[in-house]
Design a protein around this ligand. Sequence first.
Ligand SMILES: Cc1cc2nc3c(=O)[nH]c(=O)nc-3n(C[C@H](O)[C@H](O)[C@H](O)COP(=O)(O)OP(=O)(O)OC[C@H]3O[C@@H](n4cnc5c(N)ncnc54)[C@H](O)[C@@H]3O)c2cc1C
Length: 454
Amino acid sequence: MDQSRRRFVGQCAAVASTSAVSAMMGGLPADAAQTPPLRNWAGNYPYGTTRVTSPTSLADVQAFVRAHARFKVLGTRHCFNGIADSTDQFLSLREMKAVVGLDRSARTVTIESGLSYGQLCPALDRDGFALHNLASLPHISVAGACATGTHGSGVNNGNLSTAVSAFEIVTAGGDVLSIARSTDPRTFQAAVVNLGALGVVTKVTLDVQPAFTMRQDVYLDLPMAQVREHFEDIVAAGYSVSLFTDWQRGRINEVWVKRRTDKGETVTASRDFYGARAATTNVHPIVELSAENCTEQMGVVGPWYERLPHFRMGFTPSSGKELQSEYFVAHSNAVDAIGAVERLRDHVSPHLMITELRTIAADDLWMSPCYQRPSLAIHFTWKQDWPSVRKVLPMIERELAPFAVRPHWGKLFTIPSAQLQQRYPMAADFKQLVARHDPQGKFRNAFLTASLYG
Ligand SMILES: Cc1cc2nc3c(=O)[nH]c(=O)nc-3n(C[C@H](O)[C@H](O)[C@H](O)COP(=O)(O)OP(=O)(O)OC[C@H]3O[C@@H](n4cnc5c(N)ncnc54)[C@H](O)[C@@H]3O)c2cc1C
């Protein structure tokens, strides 16, 4: 590992000059100078208050909502920007994490929304059921993930929010609303990926399917020329496929192919994958890091929830001290968009730990980055050096602008509000819904103002 990679632990001094960028990276209020700030998971973002209330019942949530003029719900704090931030109060549902019920015939599970995927999945598997997909890590809360359109990979797999079939939400007035895909599809499509703007999601119902098993095989050094030539076959080579690259030497460093093995068929992985060779040991996406915290590879069959994520519960996912950005383009533009970023490699690579390329099926959720668009997501795990990353992001965004790129809501971007809103055809309707449910802006924060109202 080179010296600069070893030094990525640098503190992120977020010196921001525009409101959009400061909503990205936060800033401490004057009265917080004495107490250490509450930070997000990566530590790069200091929240504007340390005041956190953790109710244990729906009635307590309603009372809190009625008593406070402004606050934000905090999930598991895994976003890299200010989307969850508040300068007033936080409401955390971490004490409300029961599995409310599994409906075997309807194939749904209902949970309280403080639950994380890591807490839900083993119990669901024991009951013989599975979710359709997971993100790279299981540590995140279900409600927080669905609020931002969090996703895994797979050409036929929608993001995690597409598993939601109903949810319960406490709106700004303290009223409890149940919104279901089957009974009110329009409000449902508007409110699942809600960016935390609509209210407190207290329960979520998710579609489930019979539990399945998977194997994960990793291939090293896939030539970029093969990606250009065989992109469709490569990303469809498994149920979920991830391509990791540092954009150097004209190759994808690692291809992670996750295949289902639940139909009784024997899957034999070949040693050669479009010119890449099979790894001979478990590897981390950043090849220099230990694979100890990664899910089992080498074709070993295991349960879906221990193969779909890249990182194991109980271990630090990814690298820890990092920043992340991610950009979505239409699947039909995938090869051109990859080429566009590759052209920037000399700007990108000095600040990069690793890029991951994933595909996601289209959905009909208004504020989802995959709204009506089968997508390729181009992800960047950056060294924790915001001043440098902040200079690179506009270059990437400019290169990807011809593809009407949409950013991940929970990661770092600098796309101005007007452009952002243009790229979400239902943004104006979403804001109308927000105005109806939250007329006083109780759930509004600097991030939402900068992103949707700038
Ligand atoms: C190491 C790492 C790996 C990641 N991997 C992936 C990945 O593979 N794919 C991907 O798409 N993203 C990934 N992410 C991004 C991240 O998981 C998501 O952005 C997700 O939103 C984080 O969920 P959270 O509960 O931590 O949300 P928080 O950051 O706590 O909150 C996010 C938003 O959700 C709202 N919210 C949370 N709970 C509720 C609730 N009950 N009611 C209403 N609003 C609520 C908050 O107000 C806020 O607006 C990764 C992040 C990290 C740190």
